[in-house]
Structure formats: structure tokens, C-alpha cells
Design a protein around this ligand. Structure first.
Ligand SMILES: Nc1ncnc2c1ncn2[C@@H]1O[C@H](COP(=O)(O)OP(=O)(O)O)[C@@H](O)[C@H]1O
Ligand SMILES: [Mg+2]
Length: 429
């Protein structure tokens, strides 16, 4: 086999050396611009440092003078966003906004093509001229992201420059990087603004909730107290009928007070201000109390709420929070069940927790509805059967309150076959 002797020509070696140098610099510039585009600086700082890096790209042999236009596709205009290097006042004024199609940059904005221009004096596409303009050429780089023109970047060269061999390839890649960074920056800003708006709205809502509930509290308190003295006969003899009615007023206002507290709780949970004071106690007692309260409402629909308390140890929980959960679970069972049906509340001890379940013979829940349960503002297929109000907040509050106790909520149900809502709370450690 014949060995080919390696070429020992000096110029060839130099050529290889030169090529390695170019490739290294290209790599460095790309790396640098990628890094810059990932920084969380302001858009202006980011684009200016990208331009500074780019004009320092030695192989490109450009002047220390460059700029970026951002596109306004609705108005079909380019707006000068930032520059590096020296630009005269006239330039800054005239180039502040240019229409699509005007001069080299405007043309690149329409075609999306990378352009080079040998001389501002000889190139017809270079339409804009300035006083004391000296001969120069340009690299014009469209900033494209997902085929959308985000802007145009321009670089200055000498007149009739030695165009860099891979300039198109490299500059188009860099244009893509910069465009992507601009888009990401805008999105980030939009999300930030949206988040701020949402937070403000949420705070406003919580404030409103707080004020509304607070303002309703006093009149309700008065109704409750007056009905109490009436029913107790403190203000004088009342007949059976009057007694019965004032009792009803008392019970209703009592119930309303609970609702009002629910509202206040939403605002408190949402603003992270809720206090959970756990006390070791028998949850059967809390359940019994809630059942008695709810039975008053269930009577209207001839629904009987039964209680089958299990033998369970005391567990630590916040009375108000858990009563609220009980109230909603049992209240829902009554609210969504047809008249003359039954509701059964049971408690049992499991491994490491106790579980309270509320079974009803109501409409049950489809799989789709079950996925939405326990989320805010979900009023699902089942509607109240006795004209009760429905806000779709109850179960979302319950879930949060139970989670604050390190417990779990759940449901097992089949459409048309009733539902069992349950929650578990951990045993005292
Ligand atoms: N026991 C139940 N049986 C059938 N559907 C129920 C039951 N409990 C709750 N739901 C459904 O879940 C929705 C959300 O309940 P909830 O968050 O307590 O709000 P609200 O009681 O104000 O409607 C209800 O509107 C109802 O459609
Ligand atoms: Mg409810």
C-alpha cells in the first residue's frame, strides 16, 4: 500500500490554524450570548450586553456601533430599542420609528432575511441618509422566533468589507437566540404583571369579604339576642306560637352566624391568617352537636340524620374548624338529598387515624364531578333539593381545614347511588 506523505505546506497549516481560531471564537461568542440571554436583567441591559459582545466578535470585523429595533407587527413599525457605540442626534431622531419596508432594516422586517450591504452610497436599499454620513456597510440580522419577526439587529462595517465566511449562519443563529430571549423576557414580564394583578384582586376580595362579614355580624347578633330573650320570656309571657317562632328566628340566626364565620374563614385561610388551636377531645361530641343543628333544617325535608358513633379515642383538633367541616359535610348530605331520605354519620378508628363518614341516599356523583370536588367555586350536577343556597366553597374550605390538621378528605360515590364523604384525622402521637 502506498503511503501518502502529509502535506507540509506552511500555508495549509496556517489555514487550519486560522480556521480553528475562527471556530473557537464563534463558539465563544455563541456561548457568551446564550449566557447573556439567560440572565434575568432588564431587557435593555441584556440586549446591550449582547450587542457589545457581538461587536467584539473579531473575525466579523465590525465597527463598535450597532443597534436593535423591536418590531410592532400591529403598526408594522420598527422601534429603535437600544444601541451601542456613537450615534448622532439626527440618527436617533430619524430612526426612532421606521415603517416596515423602509431602508435595510425595514426590508429585513418584511422578508425575514439576513442582509449584507457593501456601501451606504451604492446600495439602493440603503434609503436613509444622514448629514456627514461616511461610507459604511451593514450586516442586517432579523430577530426571528418561531417564524415571527421580533425585531432587527444591525451592525456597521467598513465600506466593501471582507464578509466573514460563515456570517449568515452564525448571525442568524445569534438572531434566533436574541429573539427567543426577548420573547421569554416579555412573557416573564406579562406573567409577573398578571400575578401582581391576581394578588391585588385576591387581597381586594379578602378585604371585601372581611368587611362584608364584619358589617353583617352586628345586626345578626342583635337578631339572635332579641329572639333569645323573646323565646325565653325575659320580656314577658309569650304564648306557644310566639315561643316557637322566636325559637326559629334564634336557630336561623345561629345558623347564619355560622355561615358568616365561613365567609370570614375564607378570607382568613386565603390570606394565611387562620389560627388552628388543637385541643384533645371527642369528635363524637362535635358531630352530635352539628347533627342537632342540621336536623332543624333537615326536618323541613323530612330527612332524618342518624348517628352511629364508634368507640374512638380523643384526638387533637380545632373545634371551630372541624365543626365547620362537619357542618358542611352533613349539611351537603341534607342539602342535595331528596325529601324523606336518610343520612347516616359514622365514626371509626383506623390505623393511626379516626375517620368520620357521612353517607347519604342522594343523587351521587359522576366520575367527572368527583374530579372537581373540593376545588373552589364548584357547584356541580347535584343541586339543592329544598331551595338552599349553594356557593361551591364549602368543600374547598373543608379540604384546607382538614389539611391544616394533617388529615385527608375523600368521597366514594356512584351516580344515582348516594355518596359517602369522609375525612380522617391523625391520632394523637
Ligand atoms: N352529598 C352530596 N351529594 C351530591 N353532590 C354533592 C354532595 N356534596 C356536595 N355535592 C356537590 O358538590 C358541590 C360543591 O359542594 P360545596 O363545596 O359544599 O358547595 P355548596 O354546598 O355551596 O354547593 C355542590 O354544589 C354539589 O353539586
Ligand atoms: Mg356545601
Amino acid at each position: 500500500m502506498k503511503n501518502e506523505s502529509p502535506k507540509k505546506d506552511n500555508s495549509y497549516l496556517k489555514e487550519v490554524e486560522q480556521e480553528i481560531k475562527r471556530r473557537t471564537e464563534e463558539y465563544k461568542i455563541l456561548h457568551e450570548i446564550t449566557k447573556i440571554s439567560q440572565n434575568h436583567n432588564s431587557l435593555e441591559v441584556m440586549l446591550k450586553s449582547a450587542l457589545t459582545t457581538l461587536v467584539g466578535f473579531q473575525e466579523l470585523e465590525v465597527e463598535h456601533k450597532a443597534g436593535i429595533f423591536l418590531a410592532d407587527p400591529d403598526k408594522k413599525e420598527l422601534n429603535l430599542f437600544c444601541t451601542v457605540g456613537k450615534f448622532g442626534k439626527e440618527f436617533m431622531e430619524k430612526e426612532k420609528t421606521i415603517p416596515y419596508g423602509a431602508c435595510l432594516c425595514g426590508k429585513a422586517a418584511i422578508s425575514g432575511e439576513f442582509l449584507t450591504s457593501d456601501s451606504c452610497f451604492k446600495d439602493d436599499r440603503h434609503e436613509h441618509t444622514f448629514e456627514n454620513m461616511t461610507g459604511h456597510g451593514h450586516y442586517i440580522v432579523p430577530l426571528k422566533s418561531e417564524d415571527q419577526i421580533i425585531g432587527v439587529l444591525f451592525l456597521y462595517t467598513d465600506e466593501n468589507p471582507p464578509w466573514y465566511i460563515r456570517s449568515k449562519e452564525i448571525l442568524v443563529s445569534i438572531g434566533g437566540l436574541i429573539a427567543g430571549a426577548i420573547v421569554a423576557h416579555k412573557r416573564e414580564k406579562e406573567i409577573q404583571e398578571k400575578n401582581e394583578q391576581l394578588n391585588e384582586l385576591n387581597e381586594l376580595k379578602n378585604k371585601f369579604l372581611g368587611i362584608a362579614s364584619h358589617d353583617l355580624r352586628n345586626p345578626l347578633y342583635m337578631i339572635k339576642t332579641f329572639s333569645e330573650v323573646l323565646k325565653d320570656g325575659t320580656l314577658g309571657e309569650v304564648n306557644e306560637k310566639q315561643k316557637e317562632i322566636s325559637e326559629k328566628i334564634f336557630n336561623a340566626s345561629n345558623f347564619m352566624q355560622g355561615l358568616l364565620e365561613n365567609l370570614l374563614d375564607i378570607s382568613q385561610i386565603e390570606s394565611g391568617k387562620i389560627d388552628i388551636n388543637k385541643e384533645s377531645q371527642d369528635i363524637n361530641n362535635s358531630a352530635k352537636q352539628q347533627i342537632e343543628l342540621i336536623q332543624l333544617l333537615a326536618d323541613k325535608k323530612n330527612i332524618q340524620v342518624y348517628f352511629d358513633p364508634g368507640e374512638i379515642p380523643n384526638i387533637p383538633y380545632d373545634t371551630r374548624a372541624i365543626s365547620q367541616v362537619l357542618g358542611n359535610f352533613i349539611g351537603n348530605a341534607v342539602k342535595f338529598s331528596p325529601p324523606e331520605s336518610k343520612v347516616l354519620v359514622t365514626t371509626e378508628k383506623l390505623d393511626g387515624s379516626i375517620r368520620l363518614s357521612v353517607h347519604d341516599d342522594g343523587p351521587g356523583l359522576s366520575n367527572e364531578d368527583q374530579k372537581l370536588l373540593f376545588k373552589e367555586f364548584q357547584t356541580l350536577t347535584a343541586r339543592p333539593t329544598g331551595g338552599e343556597k349553594s356557593t361551591g366553597l364549602g368543600l374547598a374550605i373543608c379540604k384546607k381545614l382538614i389539611h391544616l390538621h394533617d388529615g385527608q378528605v375523600g368521597v366514594s360515590s356512584q351516580l344515582g347511588k348516594g355518596s359517602t364523604f369522609y375525612f380522617s384525622l391523625p391520632l394523637d402521637k
